[in-house]
Design a protein. Structure first.
Length: 256
């Protein structure tokens, strides 16, 4: 004779296993709310207080000025830049406790007009405008004078001598007789009601006109220069040195 007997049993899941399950359930995407990623936090977070399997969750922040344990986010000032914050979740199931950390980047606030103008002022250096010139004291070719700067700023240029250095960066070098010339370029940087000025003192080096170059090369081309090793034009015994190009670039043609 055969028979069967049924036993009802209760399987107890350990508290530590439940806490571990809630730890695995608690992923970064659950916290984002309207943010796009943990490294681009610009608004409040959603920090759950209970896990999917029943564990209690509490939160701690290593910088409550930026991210509170409630999930409230306060972005840092533009001048302070983006800031790193660590959130720690403590997951408890009775006597079992597990910790899980989340690394966040809280993005800096948008620049105010004043902050934007100062950022552009700091950005606008000699290197930005030189365009291959070796220094502000040795300008021989056009400059780059940007009309716009970072953070939506506008830049207006003024020159103390537009015939030599135009506000658009074009350079017209003075002649040899006029000599190298100093020019002051002033950049007015603005956004909204905020304004700052930055000044650049430059020297535009002289360049010979064709007539000046020919005259200088004519002066350079002396009898002594062409005689070379000969000592007297009336007693030439060796080869002459007949230059075909002057130091100022003039072409020299010879006839006999």
């Amino acid at each position: 004779m055969k028979g069967s007997k049924t036993f009802d049993i209760i399987v107890i899941v350990r508290d530590s296993d439940i806490a571990a399950a809630d730890r695995d359930w608690l992923i970064g995407e659950l916290l984002l709310k309207n943010n796009t990623a943990l490294d681009c936090i610009i608004g409040d977070l959603l920090l759950p207080l209970e896990g999917d399997y029943g564990s209690e969750i509490s939160w701690a922040s290593d910088n409550e000025a930026l991210v509170k344990p409630t999930g409230k986010v306060t972005r840092p000032a533009y001048t302070n830049g983006d800031q790193e914050v660590t959130l720690t979740a403590t997951i408890r199931r009775y006597t079992a406790e597990i910790h899980k950390e989340f690394e966040l980047t809280v993005k800096a606030s948008e620049a105010t007009d004043g902050e934007a103008v100062y950022a552009a002022y700091s950005w606008l250096t000699d290197i930005i405008i030189l365009n291959g010139n070796s220094s502000l004291g040795s300008i021989t070719k056009n400059l780059i004078l940007p009309a716009e700067g970072p953070e939506g700023t506008n830049i207006l240029w003024k020159s103390t001598n537009e015939n030599i250095a135009a506000p658009d960066g074009r350079i017209k070098r003075p002649g040899i007789e006029e000599g190298s010339q100093p020019v002051t370029l002033t950049a007015e940087i603005s956004r909204g009601s905020a304004k700052l000025e930055r000044r650049f003192d430059i020297w535009v080096l002289a360049e010979a006109t064709d007539a000046e170059a020919a005259a200088l090369d004519h002066k350079w081309l002396t009898e002594k220069l062409i005689l070379d090793q000969n000592t007297d034009k009336n007693s030439v015994t060796g080869s002459l040195k007949l230059h075909t190009l002057g130091p100022m670039g003039s072409a020299i043609n010879w006839t006999s």
